[in-house]
Design a protein around this ligand. Structure first.
Ligand code: UDP
Ligand code: MG
Length: 322
């Protein structure tokens, strides 16, 4: 086998003082075995990203680094930036010093033993390895239902996400370099990584309960996240307005014909036809116009994101010289 490569774990932490020691302990054990098995290099590190915590999280990270600098590193963000931004901050900081990076939550919900499988898949040639939940036994019915509906709805709305995959994933250095070219501000990593492409695969794991502390994603934040996901990834809602306007317009024509017939048959109250027709016609036209404006807004939206237009995976070129 080739020389073991460098793995950096990126772990976002927001008020995680209750779990951090346990997470660090388990990750240290995992790293020790992986290094012994020569699956990862001794230069591998775990990077805790402190996302503006209000508790002692950063202090604990500093202590961990002081005790075992050969395992633990830390990044301290200036203020709370949210999970996605914290993950990206970690990834962009390590992108030039690692061969592969795994992002994982700090609360031990993601199964640490899956790391082995992810690293092996990396050596099999996969540039992205998605951690996918095989079971949701520990989730409440409500959480399971809302989460699963979320993935289905995202798909309908045109954002390509991996079903039941959150942000537990391995990415190669190559993928991180490409991710750096995505300049958008509204981050939705699980939609962005599939766009990058390259060879990828899934590994399955059972999601545990939070080790300690409470979820930093209450329903309100989850909804905001879902809306951000849809509006950051698709202009389908705008297209829906156009379709709706078009349907209303058709209905207004039918209403027009109908009111005309009623008028001729002399069944209508005076003034009824003109009011009925105008309501439907104006409503339909307004929606249609909104939709058309929406189409342009959608285009502007895609342009201002300045996403890379293509990503070259390989370049085979023989210039004849050595
Ligand atoms: N997190 C973060 N910044 C935030 C909120 C959360 O870095 O503003 C981290 C948090 O410390 C955890 C991960 O993101 O490591 C996922 O959060 P949580 O476990 O609360 O979400 P849930 O698993 O309940 O969806
Ligand atoms: Mg969690």
């Amino acid at each position: 086998m080739n020389k073991p490569e460098i793995l950096y774990m990126v772990v976002p932490c927001y008020n995680e003082q209750e779990v951090l020691h346990e997470t660090a302990k388990q990750l240290k054990e995992k790293y020790t075995t992986l290094i012994q098995q020569k699956l990862i290099s001794e230069k591998s590190r775990v990077v805790f990203v402190n996302d503006g915590s209000k508790d002692t999280t950063w202090k604990i990270i500093q202590e961990l680094h002081a005790e075992s600098p050969e395992f633990f590193s830390g990044i301290n963000l200036a203020h709370n930036s949210g999970h996605q931004n914290a993950v990206l901050a970690g990834l962009m900081t390590v992108k030039d010093i690692c061969d592969m990076a795994i992002t994982m939550d700090a609360d031990l919900q993601d199964d640490i033993n899956t790391i082995d499988a992810m690293v092996k898949e990396y050596y099999n040639g996969n540039q992205v390895v998605y951690g996918v939940r095989s079971a949701r036994k520990t989730d409440t019915f409500f959480k399971k239902f809302t989460a699963e509906s979320f993935y289905k709805f995202m798909k309908i709305m045109g954002a390509d996400v991996v079903y039941n995959h959150a942000d537990f994933r391995l990415m190669s250095r190559r993928v991180l370099q490409e991710l750096a070219n995505f300049k958008e501000v509204n981050l939705f990593l699980r939609g962005m990584i599939p766009i990058i492409g390259f060879q990828s695969c899934n590994v399955y794991y059972e999601r545990h309960e939070r080790f300690a502390g409470e979820s930093k994603y209450p329903l309100k934040k989850m909804l905001a996240f879902a809306i951000n996901g849809i509006t950051s990834f698709s202009t389908k809602p705008l297209k829906l307005i156009t379709s709706l306007g078009f349907i209303m317009f058709i209905i207004s024509i039918i209403a027009f014909i109908w009111s005309f017939i009623v008028k001729i048959a002399d069944l209508s109250v005076s003034g009824w036809s003109s009011i009925t027709c105008s309501i439907w016609l104006i409503g339909g036209l307004q929606l249609l116009c909104l939709g058309i404006i929406g189409e342009y807004v959608g285009k502007i939206y895609a342009e201002v994101k300045q996403r890379p237009r293509f990503i070259v995976a390989d370049f085979i070129n023989d210039t004849g010289k050595n």
